[in-house]
Structure formats: C-alpha cells, structure tokens
Design a protein around this ligand. Structure first.
Ligand code: ZN
Length: 262
C-alpha cells in the first residue's frame, strides 16, 4: 500500500535507479536503514511505497528513476543478478518492488482521457479524478509446462533464450482462455504435439516485467515435434543424463525440469 510519509523506525529499503537496483556495502539490494540515513535518495523519500514485510519488518521501495545515487559505495545491479543470489522471501519482495515501480512509471497518465493520474493512498492503484478511471498493477498470466515422454523431457531453444539455453515451453494466456486451454494451444503452436494428463505444479511471480508463471506437468499424447520457427527454433526429447544447458533452479522452469525427471 502506498504511503506519503516514510517510517521513523528502521525498515528494509529497495532503491531503484536507472532501471537497476542500488546496492551499498552489502550482499543484498535489500538494506536495513532509517530513512534519514538515505541521504543520497532524500529527495525521493516522500514518494516511498510500502511494499510489504521482510523478516517481520516493513519494506519500502524508492524509485530514483534516471537519477544516480551520489554515494561512493553504491553499485547498480540488474534485476536478474539481484534475484539469483537471494532466498525465496527476498526474491518475492524484490520482484514485488520491481513490479510496483514499473506500474507507477507506466501509469502517470489516464489511458481513457489522458489526464494526469494520482496515486491512491489506501490501496496500490492510480486514479484519474477527471474521468474516475482507476488502474491496478498489471499482472500477466503465463503458463509454463514440462512435457514427458517415458524417461525423456521436451526441451526447446526459443528465440529469446540465451545462446545454448534449452527450457520448457511457456507462453502468455490470451483473453478469454483458461490456463489449461492456454497450455494445449501453446504446445500445439510451438512444437505441434498433443499432450495429456495435464496437472498443476506451482507458480512463481516473474518480474520481467510483470508475469505470473503458472507451471504444469504433462505427458506426450501424439504427434512428432515440429517447431514453429518463430518463437521456438529447436526442440527435442532429452533424458536426465543428456541434458543441455537448462535454467537455474531459482526459476520455476528449473524446478519443473527437475520434477519432471525425478
Ligand atoms: Zn481519465
């Protein structure tokens, strides 16, 4: 929930600058301080947003936008690098802070009438006082699925993957579609096969920039792999002892691959 006044007691802070996270003399981009210690960000303190709690302590986000922190020990860390090294609780609060910052930056003006939006002070939203249009942070549902065929798993190299990285199939849910329909459609579109025995696995907020990944396990039903050549460049069946480079386990893709092969 947004606030207009920073807390007097020490809190955890996440500070964004130039689309990175600020880290100061610490292993983490989450730092514990009184707001009066944040001299380098003092002009932004009034725009602090309460993000939630971390280790039973309030946590706030400050967005310095294009301003760099004037602090001799400050480093700017990319979101992915910041998340890799954190535990699950820190991952979730950093992911949330990032998505809130993206929301506030991209909802300065009303999408309906073009007027300037104001922050709502009791819920995380922006409001247009001219036409009463209200916006909430955008969350984009996305399915991700590990498909098995006996002891093998289908892994694919997508156009947007890092060089040499193979992963499970994933895609955005379209308007009017259920999660299950999205899984069947994406699999058919991307690799041309039918799947069966679809079951839910787990979910993960994925702040690039505002996805909610919903993971499924499934089995091959029929059809041969035929990649679309657009999103997916290559795909094949792999056994546990012949895996290519796959995503790390902090991502739901990495956990799905592990679960499918167990
Ligand atoms: Zn409006």
């Amino acid at each position: 929930m947004p606030i207009t006044k920073a807390p007097d007691k020490p809190a955890y802070w996440l500070i964004l600058s130039r689309n990175k996270l600020v880290r100061i003399e610490s292993q983490s981009t989450l730092f514990f301080a009184r707001h009066t210690e944040l001299q380098f960000a003092s002009e932004y303190i009034d725009s602090a947003v309460r993000i939630g709690e971390y280790r039973q302590t309030e946590c706030f986000m400050l967005d310095m936008e294009q301003q760099e922190p004037d602090h001799h020990n400050a480093e700017l860390i990319g979101l992915r690098d910041a998340l890799i090294s954190e535990n699950d609780d820190a991952f979730n609060i950093i992911a949330r802070a990032w998505q809130v910052a993206v929301f506030l930056r991209t909802h300065r003006y009303c999408g309906q009438c073009g007027s300037q939006m104001q922050r709502v002070d009791w819920e995380l939203a922006t409001h247009c006082h001219r036409c009463q249009h209200r916006c909430y942070p955008r969350i984009s549902p996305c399915i991700i699925v590990a498909i098995k065929k006996q002891e093998q798993i289908l892994l694919a190299r997508g156009r947007h993957h890092k060089q040499g990285m193979y992963s499970t199939l994933a895609g955005f849910v379209e308007s009017g579609e259920s999660l299950e329909q999205a899984v069947h459609r994406e699999v058919m579109e991307e690799v041309g096969i039918k799947i069966k025995n679809l079951r839910y696995f787990d979910s993960q907020p994925w702040p690039f920039p505002h996805s909610l990944m919903m993971g499924f396990l499934a089995e091959h039903d029929s059809g041969e792999i035929n990649v679309d050549g657009e999103e997916i460049l290559e795909a094949d069946w792999y056994t546990a002892d012949s895996l290519p480079v796959t995503p790390p386990e902090f991502s739901i893709a990495g956990r799905l691959i592990k679960a499918a092969l167990q």
